[in-house]
Design a protein around this ligand. Structure first.
Ligand code: HEC
Length: 287
């Protein structure tokens, strides 16, 4: 604007402006330009738009200098509060079953903010910052068809006020209305178990499995040993021999107490040659 005006100004004005030697002619030049161009002085106070709502509210029209609404933060916080205290419950109880819960009528899913902003087959149903212009508000106030919630009584006026206020404040969500990970709403007693999961050992019915019998097994002393022997054979291994009594007493102490026996305890065990010496020691250590 200044350049455009300048090119049409008399030569002496431009010279003064460019040379800039004298302050007074510059100020005069400025005032003349303002006068000629009809720019109101108030709008030249650059950078201060706090008391200029027209500039703040319509950043798109001011072009480049994206003026952020200074109320943005507080509004969002207020909207979030309205959502948590009122809106979440209304949307969940009155709308969700048809719009994102059990079904998604008319392509309109309000379970997440993203989906809500996208809208249904008729386009966005809310216009953040403009509650009254939003299709959603028109439908719940019955000023447009089809009236929502469908086939249910009209929402109470204060509920509509909350919805409108929430949209005016930017329609924030703190989190989706339904946990996206658990959209399967079938009761767990009715859910189908996939075939793979059915082979899991804990789901198998109890059954008696007799210990394997191997003809050449001279080692096993119990049913458990027979399972171990069968596995060893399968892997081509032979079992170790029996531990001597000195090793045995140490192993029993380490296994059952976590500590080695004292020399006196070892001596006592070695001196006991009764057939149930091991059994007695185990009982004693477990007590
Ligand atoms: C019982 C099911 C049901 C309930 C509950 C319900 N709706 Fe709907 N809604 C529908 C159906 C069906 C349509 C499509 C109707 C048509 O196009 O004639 C629809 C359409 C809409 C649309 C238009 C979407 C589009 O782009 O076409 C909006 C917005 C909407 N509902 C909002 C709501 C809100 C907000 C609530 C809760 C206050 C609600 N609905 C509750 C069934 C329901």
């Amino acid at each position: 604007m200044l350049l455009a005006m300048g090119s049409r100004l008399p030569v002496n004005f431009r010279c003064t402006a460019i040379a800039g030697r004298h302050r007074l002619p510059m100020v005069k030049l400025f005032l003349v330009i303002v006068f000629l161009s009809g720019i109101p002085l108030g709008s030249l106070s650059a950078g201060d738009n706090t008391n200029s709502p027209a500039v703040a509210a319509k950043p798109a029209e001011t072009g480049k200098s994206a003026a952020v609404d200074p109320e943005h933060g507080p509004r969002f916080a207020r909207g979030l509060k309205t959502f948590k205290e009122h809106v979440r419950a209304v949307l969940t109880q009155e709308c969700l079953m048809c719009h994102g819960g059990d079904t998604v009528e008319s392509g309109f899913n309000l379970s997440t903010r993203e989906a809500m902003l996208k809208g249904g087959v008729n386009g966005p149903a809310i216009k953040p910052g403009a509650g009254s212009e939003s299709l959603l508000i028109k439908l719940v106030t019955h000023s447009a068809e089809p009236a929502m919630p469908l086939d249910a009584s009209k929402l109470a006026p204060e509920v509509v006020t909350h919805l409108k206020q929430w949209i005016d404040d930017g329609a924030p969500y703190d989190r989706p209305l339904i946990d996206e990970a658990s959209t399967d709403r079938t009761p767990w007693t009715e859910r189908e178990i996939v075939d793979d999961a059915k082979t899991y050992w804990a789901f198998q019915p109890l059954q008696v499995i007799p210990p394997p019998i191997a003809a050449e097994d001279h080692w096993s002393r119990s049913g458990v040993d027979r399972f171990v022997w069968a596995k060893l054979k399968e892997q081509g291994l032979t079992p170790n021999g029996d531990a001597d009594r000195q090793r045995l007493v140490r192993r029993l102490y380490f296994n059952l107490l976590g500590l080695p026996p004292t020399p006196a305890e070892v001596t006592a065990f070695l001196a006991d040659d009764s057939p149930d010496a091991v059994e007695k020691l185990v009982d004693q250590l477990l007590d």
